[in-house]
Design a binder for this molecule. Structure first.
Ligand code: NAP
Length: 292
């Protein structure tokens, strides 16, 4: 059986991949890369092999990647240092002669600096290019915008306030649950035929915040309205409310991206990979906002 190594295993996506993989084939031949072993108690209990390593420490990665057939490489969440992290991981995978590298990238329409999310996209583009030039067998999973981060943008009080207030216009996104993305990763890790392929990983319909407000209205029985200010009005309102600049910048960048169609990629590949319908927005909102 192939030796599989999962990075980012203490995070949301990586841990979901480990859990599903262990359920499917047991813990033998599964290793996880962890930078802080004290966070890995749950992983240890699953019986997988723990390897210590840090994306900022090249040699720790080379050591951890020895003998690995399939490397599930979770993109770094450290935006400031992400490019250097991604360079280290790909260089270490080459040095350790990893058999197959599976990278969790990011959907976007625009690859150049004109993109409102260029600061996020650039280190994904870098990783994709390094991987393609590496000579290693690869699969690039271009993940949709996580449905799971929508509540962070919309706020946890929308059912009380009755308003979604975001500068995303009538733009649509194919928002997809992180758990389905984990299932796509498991499918690629446990089946053949994915070498040197790039997959769009998203649900098959795109929705605007008008659509999301309508679904929430139907589910809650309360009128939920979507109000779409422009970026300047949104920024002024958030500053007035005391939201930190970083939070405002992230909301404006992602919402401008949504408005411009950067995340509008309805696709069937995810459904084919996991062999079932991915979680739809209605069920996602039901679970998230505890609505029946
Ligand atoms: N498509 C989207 O909408 C979207 C949204 C959010 C994030 N993302 C990307 O998808 C990735 C996975 O998402 P997630 O929700 O699972 O993120 P997460 O919960 O923040 O997990 C990130 C993982 O990366 C590990 N990590 C960070 N820096 C590291 C380093 N220097 N060395 C080794 N490991 C390191 C973290 O380890 P610790 O537990 O030790 O911190 C954690 O296990 C993120 O890292 C980010 O790049 C995509």
């Amino acid at each position: 059986m192939s030796k599989i190594l999962i990075t980012g295993a203490t995070g949301h996506l990586g841990s979901a991949v480990v859990n599903e993989l262990v359920e499917k084939q047991g813990p033998a031949n599964i290793s996880v890369l962890v930078r802080d072993l004290s966070k890995a108690t749950a992983l240890k209990e699953k019986g997988v092999e723990l390897l210590q390593g840090d994306y900022s420490n090249y040699q720790s990665l080379v050591n951890a990647f020895q003998g690995v057939d399939k490397l599930y490489f979770v993109s770094s969440n450290d935006i400031m240092n992400r490019a250097a992290h991604h360079e280290n991981i790909v260089a270490a995978a080459i040095a350790a002669k990893v058999g197959h590298i599976i990278y969790t990238s990011f959907q976007r329409k625009t690859d150049d600096a004109s993109s409102p999310i260029a600061f996020i996209a650039s280190s994904h583009i870098l990783a994709e290019n390094l991987i393609k030039a590496s000579g290693l067998k690869y699969t690039i999973l271009k993940h949709a915008l996580y449905a799971d981060i929508l509540p962070m943008f919309m706020g946890d009080q929308i059912l009380n306030s009755g308003v979604i207030y975001l500068p995303a216009g009538s733009g649509k996104g194919s928002f997809t649950s992180r758990s389905d993305m984990a299932s796509a990763g498991v499918a690629v890790l446990t089946s053949e035929g994915h070498g040197n392929k790039t997959y769009e990983i998203s649900v098959s319909e795109s929705l605007s915040f008008y659509d999301i407000a309508a679904i929430l209205t139907e589910l809650s029985g309360k009128q939920i309205q979507y109000v779409a200010p422009d970026a300047a009005a949104f920024t002024a309102a958030m500053k007035q409310a005391g939201v930190p600049d970083m939070g405002i910048m992230m909301s404006v960048s992602f919402c401008t991206g949504i408005e411009q169609g950067e995340f509008d990629f309805p696709d069937q590949t995810l459904e084919k990979l996991i062999g079932r319908k991915p979680l739809g927005m209605k069920d996602f909102l039901k679970q998230t906002y505890k609505l029946s």
